[in-house]
Design a protein around this ligand. Structure first.
Ligand code: AHR
Length: 488
């Protein structure tokens, strides 16, 4: 039997638009995220476009990635940009101390990243090293990338193959400065950010600058950073990872229990309340809401796949991950006054990835399909979607059974997303909307259904529609499913 749920969209209350950049991605020098995942080099047997995997490029273009954060993460604060320019054969080899201690060849550097962003039509969000470099390093990196004149750094860029300056639309100053980025106190990090931020501005004047933010419920970090450095930044970061367990034992990516399913979804939804509290702190310092909240790392984090290289953070990706992505994006849609950018961790082969690769093979994850389904929300205008009906209850976990998001795109077309959190019961969703509703549905036979290299299509979207019943649009929403429809 279906459970009756009502969804009511208030079309009189348009919110600030959903910035496309909320659909941003994060690509760190970590595990097989860059090397193998994106970059195989021009001499590889794997089909490539100037060294970039052709299959990955084509898949990323399809989901309209608006912005990519690079080179880290923790890696960013141990990175010297000079290592990654000039002839590849002459670039120094370093150790990637944060992630497995493996050799970092620097084959993928500034040119390779900036050209990659251009190739998939994304803007660049470059994370500058505040943990172990100087403001001068940041200033010179920005000058190298963006100077149009005859300065030695601009000439060096040209000699390395790039005549036209690049646009560095977003600059991050440090990463997790409270942790891997220098173990700083918020007061010190805020003061240092002012110094680094001002030199970044000097050489990349139009860039949107983001200060390194706190993690999850570290509200004091937001408070101190806003108080001391808020005025000179355009955004302040926030990192939030979702896991069924804790940092010591996070839980498995597949083969999990219903309790782990429920706890994971509960933890994903907890971000809503945390954002509300960070926003209230920001409002205190910035009542005009000039400074954005930038959730520049988010996603699921499980114990890495058995047998995979330690420190590489390689994990499978299931229907549960697609639900986490849908719930998180719905949260961002509800906080568009402040949340202007977000970057899921991470793009390929790392944590909640869009894409997994195995040598020449590639598979698209349920999270990829979810981003594909949600692409029409990029740049759309959100409207509140109220859900009423039974809840999904399991032990002490008590969640709404259905979550919803509604927004109108630039052509005035209404889009509705419906998420069924219950892994066993289907819902009959009655809305206050009318018309013809057509779109796609992502659902699965098991909670941990996923795509493998042998079965790459186990979880993929199918055509879906609603129907008019009693003058209202009604949807049959299967258990553990996400539907996105356009309403004409
Ligand atoms: O995304 C993996 C790591 O998680 C990042 O490098 C770091 O910023 C965070 O702790």
């Amino acid at each position: 039997a279906q459970v009756a749920v009502d969804v009511s969209v208030d079309t009189t209350k348009a919110g600030p638009k959903i910035e496309r950049t909320i659909y941003g991605q994060f690509a760190e020098h970590l595990g097989r995220g860059i090397y193998e995942g994106i970059w195989v080099g021009p001499d590889s047997d794997i089909p490539n476009i100037n060294g970039y995997r052709k299959d990955v490029i084509e898949a990323l273009r399809k989901i309209k990635v608006p912005v990519i954060r690079w080179p880290g993460g923790c890696f960013a604060d141990d990175y010297d940009w000079r290592d990654g320019i000039g002839p590849a054969a002459k670039r120094p080899e370093r150790m990637n101390k944060f992630w497995g201690g493996v050799p970092e060849t620097n084959a993928f550097g500034t040119h390779e990243f900036m050209n990659f962003s251009e190739l998939i039509g994304a803007d660049a969000y470059v994370a500058a090293n505040m943990g172990s470099a100087t403001p001068r390093d940041t200033a010179q990196w920005m000058e190298y990338m963006t100077a149009s004149g005859t300065s030695t750094l601009a000439q060096e860029r040209r000699a390395n193959g790039r005549d036209k300056p690049w646009t560095v639309k977003y600059i991050g100053v440090g990463n997790e400065s409270w942790g891997c980025g220098g173990e700083m106190r918020p007061e010190f990090a805020a003061d240092l950010s002012r110094q680094f931020g001002s030199y970044a501005r000097l050489h990349a004047s139009g860039s949107f600058r983001v200060a390194s933010g706190g993690s999850a419920d570290n509200f004091n970090w937001t408070d101190v950073m806003m108080d001391r450095a808020g005025k000179i930044f355009d955004g302040i970061g926030l990192h939030y990872y979702t896991m069924p367990g804790d940092w010591a034992k996070k839980g498995q990516a597949t083969g999990f229990t219903e309790r782990e399913w429920a706890v994971t979804l509960r933890n994903a939804m907890a971000l809503d309340g945390m954002i509300t509290r960070h926003e209230a702190i920001m409002d205190k310092h910035d009542p005009k809401k000039r400074v954005a909240l930038v959730v520049d790392e988010w996603g699921t984090w499980y114990d890495q796949e058995p047998g995979s290289t330690p420190g590489f953070l390689y994990q499978q990706n299931t229907m549960r991950d697609a639900e986490v992505a849908a719930l998180t994006l719905n949260i961002f849609h509800r906080h568009t006054e402040r949340v202007k950018m977000a970057n899921i961790a991470q793009m390929v082969n790392v944590l909640q990835a869009m894409i997994l690769t195995d040598k020449g093979r590639m598979t698209l994850t349920p999270t990829y399909h979810l981003f594909d389904l949600y692409a029409p929300f990029q740049g759309a205008t959100p409207f509140p979607a109220m859900v009423s009906g039974p809840r999904y209850v399991l032990g002490d976990v008590d969640l709404p059974m259905v979550d919803a998001s509604a927004a109108k795109d630039a052509n005035g077309k209404m889009w509705l997303a419906l998420v069924n959190l219950d892994p066993k019961k289907s819902a009959r969703v009655t809305t206050n909307l009318t018309g013809k509703a057509q779109g796609r549905l992502l659902s699965a036979t098991a909670m941990d259904s996923h795509n493998s290299f042998d079965k790459p299509d186990a979880v993929k979207p199918v055509a879906y529609s609603g129907r008019m019943t009693g003058g209202k649009l009604v949807f049959d929403l299967p258990a553990k499913a996400v539907a996105v429809v356009a309403i004409d």
